[in-house]
Design a protein around this ligand. Structure first.
Ligand code: NAD
Ligand code: DAU
Length: 336
């Protein structure tokens, strides 16, 4: 058995990852350590919650003693660190939680992982650590780190701590840096779910600036498969970029969502730009493709429709979130 500590597994990508990995591997034991911030939701894990190889722990990665206790109790050998404050707009309002969880929290996990001689420490990072691109070019693993937001600075700091642990102590660290994800269970503060839900509710769609900022989109399950492959066959001390070569202007996506939902473009509302707004992200993922044989399975055309349809079919999930009722709901449901 592989005993794996997954942190932040109740969030968007972590929950998709756990549901994916447990449906494929019965030799993986997953201990999911999640603080259940506003972004964590145990409902995302319904497909895994009764799996005998799954255990949920409601706590915080900054709690060193608890993390040590988990390593002992569950004989943990591997770490996959998804836990983070993940939303750029929130980091503009206050960076405190970003530094606490993303930097200090990662540092604590690295320290404990060293004490227990883990076999692998996979740090889930982001392409935002590379900063912003002009019209041309792609981020490669060699692109210098140049984060602009408080969020991406905290993630870049965590990456450096992780790589320093590899260089200094030989801790078997690997980093993935993925582009923008979309798919089921994404918290409705992020562009795609926010625009789908506002459209369904006939509310305005706030477009920052001129709407021409570019992101490189990937369906969350393609990201999860990439993490799985890096976890199984990646080389220690290396960074792997993950992306599906799907550059889109924000406004293009918003218009596509409106069209699919047969809603008018008059719902679009141009608003004040995000402070420090990165213009363009685009990923070169040839390293993971050539070295590990990963490639995306989902096209944007199909997966965005699949995603819109998921939000149409799961109104209870997001209504509980936007009405602020979900904490109470799953406190009753899960007795936490
Ligand atoms: P998310 O905000 O949906 O989920 C984060 C999870 O971490 C939540 O369940 C939250 O409760 C948990 N958490 C937060 N602070 C914690 C703490 N101190 N202790 C334990 N748990 C804590 O985020 P996401 O979009 O699923 O992103 C997951 C990871 O992937 C992050 O590290 C993020 O930087 C990275 N990433 C995200 C994207 C994207 O497009 N969403 C792309 C590339 C990389
Ligand atoms: O690139 C990977 C990153 O993608 C991850 O590391 C982050 O965790 C994740 O949040 C995401 O960051 P972005 O800032 O790119 O994602 P967001 O969904 O917040 O915004 C996408 C684009 O849409 C961005 O250009 C800002 C714009 N936007 C966003 C919102 C929420 C709007 O125009 N209006 C909005 O209301």
């Amino acid at each position: 058995m592989k005993n794996i500590l997954v942190t932040g597994g109740a969030g968007f990508i972590g929950s998709n990852f756990i549901n994916h990995i447990l449906s494929k591997h019965d030799d993986y034991n997953i201990v999911n350590l999640d603080k259940l911030t506003y972004a964590g939701n145990l409902e995302n894990l319904i497909p895994s919650q009764d799996n005998k190889n799954y255990k949920f722990i409601h706590s915080d990665i900054t709690n060193t003693e608890l993390v040590k206790f988990l390593f002992e109790k569950y004989e943990l050998q591997y770490v996959i660190n998804f836990a983070a404050e993940s939303h750029v707009d929130r980091s503009i309002l206050s960076s405190r939680e970003f530094v606490t969880t993303n930097v200090l929290g990662t540092n604590i996990l690295l320290d404990v992982a060293r004490i227990f001689n883990v076999k692998k420490f996979l740090q889930i990072s982001t392409d935002e650590v590379y900063g912003s691109l002009g019209k041309d070019g792609l981020f490669t693993e060699e692109t210098p780190l140049s984060p602009n937001s408080l969020y991406s600075s905290s993630k870049a700091s965590a990456d450096m701590l992780a790589l320093s642990n590899f260089k200094t102590y030989g801790l078997p660290v690997i980093i993935t840096r993925c582009s923008n994800n979309y798919g089921p269970y994404q918290f409705p503060e992020k562009l795609i779910p926010l625009m789908i839900i506002n459209s369904l509710n006939d509310k305005n769609l706030p477009v920052y600036g001129d709407g021409k900022n570019i992101r490189d989109w990937i369906y969350v399950l393609d990201h999860c498969r990439a993490i799985e492959m890096v976890f199984e066959s990646g080389t220690n001390g290396e960074v792997y970029n993950v992306g599906a070569s799907t550059e889109m202007e924000n406004i293009e996506i918003i218009k596509l969502i409106l069209k699919h939902l047969q809603k008018p473009e008059s719902l679009i509302e141009y608003v004040k730009d995000r402070l420090g707004h990165d213009r363009r992200y685009a990923i070169d993922s040839s390293k993971i493709q050539n070295e590990l044989g990963w490639s995306p399975n989902y096209s944007f055309e199909d997966a965005i429709i699949k995603t819109i349809d998921w939000y149409i079919s799961n109104k209870d999930w997001w209504n509980r979130i936007i009405n602020g009722e979900y904490m109470e709901y799953y406190q009753k449901q899960y007795k936490i």
